[in-house]
Design a protein around this ligand. Sequence first.
Ligand SMILES: Cc1cc2nc3c(=O)[nH]c(=O)nc-3n(C[C@H](O)[C@H](O)[C@H](O)COP(=O)(O)OP(=O)(O)OC[C@H]3O[C@@H](n4cnc5c(N)ncnc54)[C@H](O)[C@@H]3O)c2cc1C
Length: 821
Amino acid sequence: MSVLIPFLALLLAGLLAAYLRVSLKTWAALSVIALVAAPFVGGSIVATVLFGLLFAALAVPLLHLPLRREKITRPLLAIYTKMLPQLSDTEKTALEAGTVGWEGELFSGLPKWKQLLNQPKPELSAEERAFLDGPVEEVCRMTSDWETTHDRADLAPEVWEYLKKQRFFGMIIPKQYGGLGFSALGHHKVIEKLASISSTLSSTVGVPNSLGPAELLLHYGTDEQKNHYLPRLADGREIPCFALTGPTAGSDATSLPDYGIVCEGEWNGARVLGVKLTFDKRYITLAPVATVIGLAFRLQDPDGLLGDEKDRGITLALVPRSTPGLEVGRRHFPLNCAFQNGPVRGKEIFLPLSQLIGGEDYIGQGWRMLVECLSVGRAITLPSTSSGAAKLAAVVSGAYARIRKQFGLSIGRFEGVEEALARIAGNAYAVSALSEATAAAVDRGEKPAVPSAIAKYHCTEMARQVGQDAMDIHGGKGVILGPRNYLGRGWQAAPISITVEGANIMTRSLMIFGQGAIRCHPWVLKEMQAAQHPDAETRLREFDRNLFGHIGFAVSNAVRSFVLGLTGARIGRVPGDATTRRYYRKLNRYSANLALVADTSMLLLGGKLKFKESLSGRLGDVLSQLYIASAMLKRYEDRDCPASERPLLAWAFHDACHKIELALSGALRNFPIRPAGWALWLLVFPWGRRAQAPSDRLGHRAASLLMSPSETRDRMGEGTFLTPCANNPAGRINAGLAKAIAAEPVERKFLKLVKSGDITAMDLPAQLHEAQLKGLLNAEEIALLNELQAIVHDAITVDDFDPSELVSARMAQGARLGKAA
Ligand SMILES: Cc1cc2nc3c(=O)[nH]c(=O)nc-3n(C[C@H](O)[C@H](O)[C@H](O)COP(=O)(O)OP(=O)(O)OC[C@H]3O[C@@H](n4cnc5c(N)ncnc54)[C@H](O)[C@@H]3O)c2cc1C
């Protein structure tokens, strides 16, 4: 044993140094102290000297920088340069665009929670609040989603006019250009509320405020373009769209075949230099009504009119609707959603160079411009839409499940329905926190490339799950379309959100981890940049610094993974209260796991990793769930840790942990190099996979929160359109919940009377009359039951139609013409 003591002392010093992630010098100092102490605790002196010599043989080359650089780093640099994955220009642009925020900490294996919790609490301005309570509330009252989607296949003209008049299309345009100049949070809240009444309404408002002419002009437009277009876009005189996608260029948008040839042509009666454009675009939102079309195409200069380069690359232009030869106006019909969407085509149509966004300076920069701006819009439009839809579905499904009775009980009391309600509650809670977090990131000045991909993917997927559960709970009430149906159209629209702004399969398997791994990793990008430095000495020095930083980081993550796995993540200093401290510690563990597995994957698979989409997708899931859990914790702290909200937080948190462990175990079980997978498994899961899905007890508590009025439930529905009015059956059901609950004891008394035979009449009005006559129920109780009957009737009634009301306008017109003939 005395021989082993110095070895154990060194090992302990090494583990401690790695766990605490201290510098090489501190590790060396700790090791020397451990060796000196070894003989005092019974270690053999000879063994101590021997281990000391071995330690010196390892430590000296590591600490002596000139020696380390020449003997270790130089040969490794040569190997690394050969292995360095070749990135395409598209990938380089994607990697360089955007900033790194909290996701970088999650990738570090040792997140600095203070940094997250010190971020300012997101707050709306007074003006934004007034806008939400005024024009947003008003336009929601004006919108009938059934009329929009069935009768008109468009928003009503008065809704269009109101949107323009109140400058809904200018939320991101600064006030100096006549826009509303809203914060990202304000913008998020507006879209969230609009989406809770109509996805056509939220898409119509969302698109001009997302990636499109206004955003591009703000960043790259010439002064002349800004002064002309921005005021007109802000007040709706111009309706924009942005056309990137075509029949052959979908997810792989950079492969667009559309082109423009530089030439002279006629514009406003003068001969000017410009481009002759030929393009075929499809799926373009707002195109059928757009007055100005943002267009992406490849610019060719075969005659060298602009310089020597012939293929100038992807370029962006603004095409006025009046441009001769432009074909626009036909419509696609995306899953019965009535927002304007259609193709745009042009053959050899001429535009002057002054219509290129940013003018000649930005020729060939189109892809970079799009990618740089994409993250901001993607962080808001679809996450906010998903949040509005999910929050509304949550509160209304809760109310419906309480009001709707079968087998003598509220359907929400059956465990099967309760399970679905709990999923709705947890997912809606997570979507709402995540969408708010990405909006807040934009307001902090970030260009959140990775979080916006996380939010786009997970908000739309969770909202789809909420929609599915809500539809199941509502049964036929959700299926039968008509003015009383508040779920069906949203359910139909779910795949649209899944498809647009980067289709979800690709976003998960290629983008989240693909961008995150290199962008957020504290060392990989720096290593790559250092290895490509033109100056040989700087190259070696910088590569050495980053390489050893990276090695220390990897060792630390391996040790932290193992130690935190062994202890069940019960150690470490973290913030939080009695409930959440445990959560922060779990996230520390998973963060170390992610960093370890990501590093090993990059090291062993190199450039091949980008083709291993199953692995990349699963690691992306881990990063995403870490981000979602952080967003929930941050919001819980911002709200002063309300105890009543804990069941929702706990359900969503356990769900996230369960998903993290499923993703990690899937990644390790299928790791392309099997022995590496086994070794990683030992470090990540020393006791096996332990996290469980949220328990039934927790599910019961979360579901119950949706079925009874409370502050927590109100907060769940906050920001959605719940005003009980003629066009809002969801608002009416929600408003009826409290009264329905108040009537429950009387209802039970009444049912008992019927069952016992004290009341013998067959239908309800007669039964109530009999009960009153016999003095079995007093007037107040009768009134309560009548009110309950009206609420139930309104909640469960579905629409039916004269067949002619379901015939399309064209068929109806044909039939009328036939009759007339
Ligand atoms: C209603 C609607 C509105 C739209 N609005 C606009 C608009 O305003 N402007 C505009 O320019 N475009 C718009 N689009 C286009 C939209 O962005 C594209 O539909 C989207 O990029 C996907 O292209 P695609 O439909 O051709 O599918 P495809 O590219 O054919 O993809 C099919 C499937 O393959 C998957 N996939 C593709 N490549 C990979 C990969 N490498 N790894 C893993 N999976 C992969 C995708 O995830 C998807 O699931 C809109 C589309 C719709 C349906």
